[in-house]
Ligand binder design. Structure first.
Ligand SMILES: [Zn+2]
Length: 352
């Protein structure tokens, strides 16, 4: 992964705060450069003024031709298509820029590791979990291709599956070792993990590393829309993904749209069950409790999918199938997210 920014043709969209920081950084670099060649102070000031004027013009132009730039955060490979396949394909069809950020590699799932390694589950070893991570990253690439995305649109952070909650709660910033892979730093096998690609070395499994990578990504990509799993999700990795991305967004002064999607809704989700491309999502009462728990219904944003888009969403979910594992219930649950729409919440805009 040579770069993580948008390609040049799309331009860079900067918020006011970020534009100021970027302008200041450019000015500092220019200042240092000129001091080396001993230009007079007045010439230095004049040049900085010209640079600032040029940057302002560039930003003004980028605002006037503003196109969407979307970042979908997936706690595990597959969440991105379960929640956002329609958003991804619609944005790409409009010529907008999309990045999918896999926070973990889904490498903490013994049954799946056993399936990939063709072993009984009690005989899987750390290498089998590493192979599982490769398998799942390849599936993410395939799924993204089905939606119209490119290989370089997938960013792999390589944090530990099952430990995002522990990392978020680790206020002493201790390094965590994942119990299955035995890894204590980021890695990826199909491409370099994000931190290694940018800094030449992996990041330790620490709270500050996750936050640091996310802050850096948001600063670089400057998205206009962020999607991440909802805080009410039943899976701790999904909740922690929300907390990390929310905190990173606050830290960079993010001013774009912030949407959440729901995967493991409680007490059950989604409704109706099964592949129902002509039906919208529904709220249901389960054992006297309204599902999905803790979220307003109807959801604040509903994005219709055409029948063709729903079919492509189904194909992208099936690209994440792990047939060697033989978990039909899991597959059927994933496919139940094929509806006539996708639904999103706006937790930072509401008071819940
Ligand atoms: Zn997940």
């Amino acid at each position: 992964m040579p770069t993580v920014g948008w390609d040049r043709s799309g331009g860079t969209i900067l918020g006011d705060d970020a534009a100021g920081r970027r302008g200041a950084a450019s000015a500092r670099e220019a200042s240092q450069s000129m001091s080396h060649i001993r230009l007079r102070v007045c010439l230095k000031s004049a040049l900085l003024l010209v640079m600032a004027t040029g940057l302002s013009a560039a930003f003004a132009q980028s605002r006037s031709t503003r196109a969407g730039s979307i970042v979908v955060f997936a706690p595990h490979p597959d969440d991105e298509v379960i929640g956002c396949a329609g958003i991804i394909m619609q944005a790409l069809a409009r010529g907008e820029r999309v990045k999918v950020v896999a926070i973990t590699s889904g490498d903490g799932f013994p049954a799946a590791a056993a399936g990939v390694a063709h072993k009984p589950v009690d005989q899987v070893r750390p290498d089998d979990f590493l192979e599982l991570s490769r398998f799942r990253q390849v599936q993410s690439r395939t799924a993204l291709g089905i939606l119209g995305g490119k290989t370089e649109d997938l960013i792999v952070l390589g944090y530990p599956d099952g430990d995002l909650g522990n990392l978020y709660d680790s206020t002493d910033d201790k390094v965590i070792r994942q119990q299955f892979t035995k890894k204590n730093e980021t890695y990826a096998l199909i491409q370099k993990d994000y931190h290694t690609s940018l800094h030449g070395r992996p990041a330790a499994y620490q709270r500050s590393s996750v936050l640091g990578d996310l802050v850096e990504l948001l600063t670089t990509l400057q998205p206009t829309e962020i999607y991440v799993t909802d805080e009410t999700d039943g899976h701790i990795d999904h909740r922690a993904a929300f907390w990390f991305v929310r905190d990173a967004a606050k830290q960079v002064g993010y001013k774009g749209a912030f949407y959440t999607y729901l995967v493991h809704g409680l007490p059950a989700w989604p409704f109706p069950a099964g592949v129902t491309p002509s039906l919208p999502f529904e709220s249901r009462t389960v054992d006297g409790e309204v599902a999905p728990r803790g979220l307003p219904w109807p959801p604040p944003r509903r994005v219709p999918l055409t029948p063709e888009q729903s079919q492509r969403k189904l194909k992208s979910i099936q690209a994440h199938n792990i047939p060697v594992v033989g978990m039909p219930e899991h597959q059927s649950e994933m496919e139940s997210f094929v509806k006539s729409e996708e639904v999103f919440w706006t937790p930072l805009a509401s008071s819940r």
